[in-house]
Design a protein around this ligand. Structure first.
Ligand code: NAD
Ligand code: ZN
Ligand code: ZN
Length: 368
């Protein structure tokens, strides 16, 4: 079939929205009509050329929500008409990591996905005879996509697509970092560095976990207002004195749980330092720049602080994304507040500009 899609032709250049060909689903795959897609930093990061593992040409986009239109042979998990959220982190349920409750790092299709191919080593996208590669196994800046069934989460048909889309990456990452990775305990003290979609997700997750104090830190007053709406009990404008201020608020000890959601390695260091002596856990969500290092004084670790990181919030996509969507529909999570701009696929480069200006929390492309 012919579809409209946003193609990354060349790093550092605007995406080109154009007609491309999409083949039908192969064995174990589903064809999904994409209705909405969030625009995430990782799309911009790859488009800019900063990502050393990036490739072009390819169809970008990974925060998608839509409806299954057709399934290939052997598909058992999905049927046409199912509403789905796309998963850049699949859940096969069988690999060495899927069988272990400590992680969501499914390895079933990782290598091929990283190279821009479907699990059988081919692509479903092409243009005038030239194969076009997939991005993150998703390629959802498009009217439709073909994906492995293990990388699609079946969600409630009651969920509006624009809101469902943010569960495909940013929001689930933050909420999951608090609930799955750190396992924030009721009554805990929490500090969240960075209040974009990921950091606000950490605030929401900490609230859902029953944290007693949630301090949100950002450079932008507007974003701190968002944080208050989602459950932050205190807010702080970030800067060089942030750690001292946080320690002062806790009798010099620091916070039970800290989260970093900025991608800035200096802020990651602050999150480690602000974690409580004796048992504080600092969880890194941000993606650092190429070659950047996180420096940690070993003394901070000897005295009991722990450091970890979270990919997609440790969320098991097929199992837990539907559960998070239910919590949203049940009124526990305010997703509308996070959807700042809505526009069509043709405006994808404008959505990137808004992101670079930090205008709004999330822009949603409403595609079909
Ligand atoms: N781990 C994962 O699986 C995963 C998934 C999605 C995104 N990410 C990464 O998470 C990070 C956050 O993503 P986002 O979409 O929320 O980004 P964002 O840019 O919308 O938000 C980052 C926030 O950090 C704030 N900030 C910057 N410097 C600060 C400082 N010194 N002190 C306090 N706050 C500061 C900014 O004002 C901004 O509000 C990015 O690095 C992104 O690449 C990781
Ligand atoms: Zn697996
Ligand atoms: Zn993302």
């Amino acid at each position: 079939m012919q579809i409209r899609a946003a193609v990354l032709e060349e790093f550092g250049k605007p995406l080109v929205v154009q007609d491309v060909s999409l083949d039908g689903p192969g064995r174990g795959e589903a064809l999904v009509r994409v209705h909405a897609c969030g625009v995430c930093h990782t799309d911009l990061y790859t488009a800019s050329g900063a990502d050393p593992t990036g490739y072009a040409p390819c169809v970008l986009g990974h925060e998608g929500a839509g409806v299954v239109e057709a399934v290939g042979d052997g598909v058992t998990l999905l049927a046409p008409g199912d509403h789905v959220v796309t998963l850049f982190a699949p859940e096969c349920g069988e690999c060495v990591h899927c069988r272990d409750p400590r992680t969501n790092r499914c390895v079933a299709i990782r290598e091929r996905q990283g190279e821009g191919f479907l699990p059988d080593g081919t692509t479903r996208l092409s243009r005038g005879g030239e194969r076009l590669r997939h991005f993150m196994g998703t390629s959802t800046f498009a009217e439709a996509t073909v994906m492995p069934e293990i990388a699609l989460a079946k969600v409630s048909p009651e969920a509006p697509f624009a809101g469902a889309a943010v569960f495909a990456c940013g929001l689930s990452t933050g909420i999951g970092a608090a609930l799955n990775t750190a396992r924030v305990q009721p009554g805990a003290t929490v500090a969240v560095f960075g209040c974009g979609l990921v950091g606000l997700g950490c605030v929401i997750g900490a609230r859902l976990a029953g944290a007693e104090r949630i301090v949100a830190i950002d450079l932008s007053e507007g974003r701190l207002e968002h944080a208050r709406r989602h459950g932050a009990t205190d807010t702080l404008v970030g800067g060089p004195d942030t750690v001292a201020a946080l320690r002062d608020q806790t009798g010099g000890f620091g916070f039970d749980f800290t989260f970093e959601a900025t991608g800035n390695v200096a802020v990651m260091g602050q999150a480690v330092e602000a974690a409580r002596e004796a048992w504080g856990l600092a969880t890194m969500c941000g993606v650092a720049g190429k070659g950047e290092l996180l420096e940690v004084l070993p003394r901070l670790l000897i005295t009991g602080r722990r450091v970890t990181g979270s990919s997609f919030g440790g969320v098991l996509g097929r199992t837990q994304v539907p559960q998070l969507v239910e919590r949203w529909l049940g009124g526990e999570i305010d997703v509308d507040d996070l959807l700042s701009h809505r526009m069509g696929l043709d405006d994808v480069n404008h959505a990137f500009e808004l992101m670079e200006r930090q205008d709004g929390i999330r822009t949603i492309l409403e595609i079909s």
